[in-house]
Design a protein around this ligand. Structure first.
Ligand code: PLP
Length: 285
C-alpha cells in the first residue's frame, strides 16, 4: 500500500517518523477517518471542518490546506485502488529534539502528517447491519474534551476489549448515569418514530455521521430529540443504533444482555441507514 507522510507518497514499509514525535510520546495529535464508497469520499467537507476545529482547540498549526488535503485523499484512493474503505489521517505536533511537556515552537518543529488507506470491500453491504450488534455499558473514564478528536484512544480501546471479553461487540459509555457515546461511535435510541441522542457538548465527539443522519432524519419528517438518556431507558427502547464514518448507521439489538424489542433489527434503523447511504453517496466527491 502507498501511504502519505509529510508531503511524500511512499510504500508503507519505507515510511518513517521520529521516535521523538509527540504523537507517539504524548498522544499529542488529532485524526480523522473518512469513508470511501464507490471510490468517492463521504462527507470530506465535514471531516475537514472538524479537523480544523480539533487543531484550533489544541493550538496547533494547520500544516496543509483543505484543497491539498482533498488531493492527497483522492490520490491515495486512486493509487491504492480503493472502492470501499476508509482513509485515516493523523496530524501531530511534530518531533522536537527532545521530550518536553512544553509545546515546541512550530517555526522550528514542523508537524507530522500521515495518511493511509484501509481497504474494506463490502463495507456498505455489511451483514452485521442485518443482524445488529450487542453492547455492554461501562463507566466513561475519558478526559473532559471528547469533542476534540485526539489520538488518545486507550480508554475506548479498553472498553472495546471489555466488550469482546464479555462476548459482545462494543461498549456504550455512561457518565453521571447517562450514556455519552460508544467507544468509537455516537449512540441513539428509538421510541416509536422518535430518534433520541445526546446533545452536542464537550462530553462527546461531534460525529460527522451524526450530523448527516440527524439532518436526513429531519428531512424525512422523523422526530429527533437531542437529550440525555440512561441505560435503563435504552433497554426499554424499541430500537437503538450507533453511527460513525466506518459503520454508517448500525443497529444495536442488545444492551447489557437485555434484548431490545424482539431482539431483531427494527424498522427505523434500516431505513435511516438506507437514507444515509443513498444521500451521502449523492454528495460524495
Ligand atoms: N464518537 C467517538 C468517540 C468516535 O471515536 C467516533 C468516530 O471515530 C464517533 C463518535 C463518530 O464520529 P464520525 O461519525 O465523525 O465518524
Amino acid at each position: 500500500r502507498t501511504v502519505y507522510v509529510n508531503g511524500e507518497y511512499l510504500p508503507e514499509n519505507e515510511a518513517k517518523i521520529s521516535i521523538f514525535d509527540r504523537g507517539f510520546l504524548m498522544a499529542d495529535g488529532v485524526y480523522e477517518v473518512t469513508s470511501v464508497l464507490e471510490g468517492k469520499l463521504i462527507d470530506f467537507d465535514g471531516h475537514a471542518v472538524r479537523l480544523q476545529r480539533s487543531l484550533d482547540e489544541l493550538d496547533m498549526q494547520t500544516p496543509i490546506s483543505k484543497e491539498d488535503l482533498l488531493e492527497v485523499h483522492r490520490e491515495l484512493v486512486r493509487v491504492n485502488e480503493i472502492d470501499e474503505g476508509m482513509i485515516y489521517l493523523q496530524i501531530t505536533r511534530g518531533a522536537p529534539d527532545d521530550r518536553d511537556f512544553v509545546f515546541p515552537d512550530p517555526e522550528t518543529t514542523p508537524q507530522t502528517i500521515v495518511l493511509f488507506t484501509q481497504n474494506k470491500p463490502g463495507l456498505a453491504n455489511s451483514p452485521t447491519a442485518k443482524t445488529g450488534i450487542k453492547v455492554i455499558s461501562i463507566e466513561d473514564e475519558r478526559w473532559g474534551r471528547r469533542d476534540i478528536k485526539t489520538v488518545q484512544l486507550l480508554y475506548p480501546s479498553m472498553g472495546k476489549m471489555m466488550a469482546k471479553k464479555a462476548g459482545k461487540d462494543d461498549a456504550w459509555m455512561v457518565e453521571d448515569g447517562f450514556v455519552t457515546e460508544g467507544t468509537s461511535n455516537n449512540a441513539y435510541i428509538v421510541k416509536g418514530n422518535k430518534i433520541i441522542t445526546r446533545a452536542l457538548s464537550n462530553d462527546i465527539l461531534h460525529g460527522i455521521t451524526r450530523a448527516a443522519v440527524l439532518r436526513f432524519a429531519r428531512e424525512a419528517q422523523m422526530e429527533v430529540e437531542e437529550r440525555n438518556f440512561t441505560i435503563d431507558e435504552a433497554k426499554q427502547a424499541d430500537e437503538a443504533f450507533i453511527t460513525s464514518a466506518s459503520t454508517f448507521v448500525m443497529p444495536v439489538v442488545e444492551i447489557d444482555g437485555v434484548s431490545l424489542g424482539d431482539g431483531k433489527v427494527g424498522s427505523v434503523t434500516p431505513r435511516l441507514r438506507e437514507i444515509y447511504l443513498e444521500e451521502s453517496l449523492k454528495k460524495a466527491i
